[in-house]
Design a protein around this ligand. Structure first.
Ligand SMILES: O=C(O)C(=O)C[C@]1(C(=O)O)C=C[C@@H](O)C=C1
Length: 363
């Protein structure tokens, strides 16, 4: 017992030190904020945040061999930086709502809980919130490992001048939620089209009798599941506690490696971090070899493409544009030269932005 008391006393001392250090850190951030305001610099500095994250991962793994789990440490630092930033300037973030969607989860993992969140009813509305300066940033889904791209988001970049300033990749874990206490009581399952598709095999095997009904979001499905008898929703764990629903079955997605990638959109340009990605759109003439010549620009300058997607241009029937993600930043010499060559070999190139690659791709 004495030993227990002694150890707890030590923990109390450490906690006191942590609180003291956090307050000292907050004061320093406030001072930095004042200087940045005076010099007219951007208050939010994601490149600096990236540096901090990489440094603490290194210290925690090399010096302390991860006695304290790195994943938890990253969450804690996300919140520390989010709180310090909010002392300098509150950041407003629009996301595809309503509350407790996966986009909301992605946004809070990126900006932390001290940011102000604005749920928007559609992807177009998220863009509008940022375009009209009601939000500093927007967060929208762009692709899922099982269901492919979110076309609506790609198409928005054809008309909007907003830039991509970041990306977030989160694992999608889907659960069956209801006010009922047993699966046998359920007659209807509500969810977003993609979530229903991602659980198709599980539903056929375990609940072949149910009606599947599409909703505009997983969060909307939860609202319906709360109101309608004998119904259920497929949604996230965050949604389960936000809407006070029982989790009747966990992780019902058919593919365990199910990730969704989200884009952070804004008006600014991001500085090079050394671990960046660049996204762009290009259009080629409708003639043999046009796409081949365009893509050769990347090959000749040794630029690695991580994604290429074609979409109708919406200007003429059967006219296509190509969305490309590549490794590197436009400040990198080889990327800059590849893009210059691409411009000379295509009809149109629109740069959507260079931004730091997602930090956590798994977990
Ligand atoms: O270094 C800065 O520029 C800060 O404002 C401090 C700080 C931090 O808490 O570490 C806060 C917000 C920025 O986005 C980056 C870092």
């Amino acid at each position: 017992m004495e030993e227990l008391e002694r150890l707890r006393e030590k923990i109390d001392q450490i906690d006191e030190q942590i609180v003291e250090l956090l307050n000292r850190r907050a004061q320093l951030a406030q001072q930095i904020g004042e200087i940045k305001k005076r010099l007219g610099l951007e208050i939010h500095a994601p490149e600096r945040e990236r540096q901090i994250f990489e440094k603490i991962i290194q210290i925690n793994t090399q010096r302390y061999k991860e006695t304290f789990p790195t994943k938890a440490l990253l969450h804690i630092f996300r919140e520390i930086i989010s709180a310090c930033l909010s002392l300098e300037k509150p950041i407003k973030v629009a996301y595809l709502g309503p509350k407790a969607t996966f986009t909301h989860q992605a946004a809070s993992e990126y900006f932390g809980l001290s940011a102000q969140y604005i749920p928007a009813p559609s992807i177009r509305d998220v863009f509008q919130e940022v375009e009209t300066d009601r939000a500093d940033y927007g967060v929208v889904p762009v692709e899922n490992t099982t269901e492919g791209v979110v076309n609506y988001t790609l198409d928005m970049f054809l008309e909007s001048d907003l830039r991509i300033v970041g990306e977030i990749v989160i694992p999608i874990r889907l659960h069956l939620l209801s006010t009922c206490t047993d699966i046998s009581q359920i007659k209807k399952v509500f969810s977003h089209r993609q979530a229903l598709a991602q659980c198709r095999m599980w539903l056929e095997k375990n609940m072949p009798w149910v009606d599947l009904i599409e909703t505009e979001s997983t969060a909307r499905a939860c609202e319906i599941a709360l109101e309608e008898e004998a119904s259920s929703a497929i949604a996230s764990e965050v949604a389960a506690y936000t809407y006070h629903l029982h989790v009747l079955a966990e992780n019902i997605q058919d593919n365990p490696n199910n990730y969704t990638r989200f884009l952070v959109i804004g008006k600014r340009s991001m500085k090079k971090t050394g671990k960046d990605k660049t996204s762009l759109i290009f259009a080629v003439k409708d003639e043999p070899g046009a796409l081949y010549r365009a893509l050769e620009s990347f090959y000749l300058y040794n630029v690695n493409l991580t994604k290429i997607e074609s979409r109708p241009s919406k200007k003429k029937a059967w006219d296509y544009v190509f969305f490309v993600d590549l490794e590197g930043h436009t400040e990198d010499e080889h990327v800059r030269e590849a893009i210059e060559l691409l411009k000379s070999r295509t009809q149109m190139v629109k740069l959507l932005g260079s931004y730091p690659r997602a930090l956590i791709q798994e977990s």
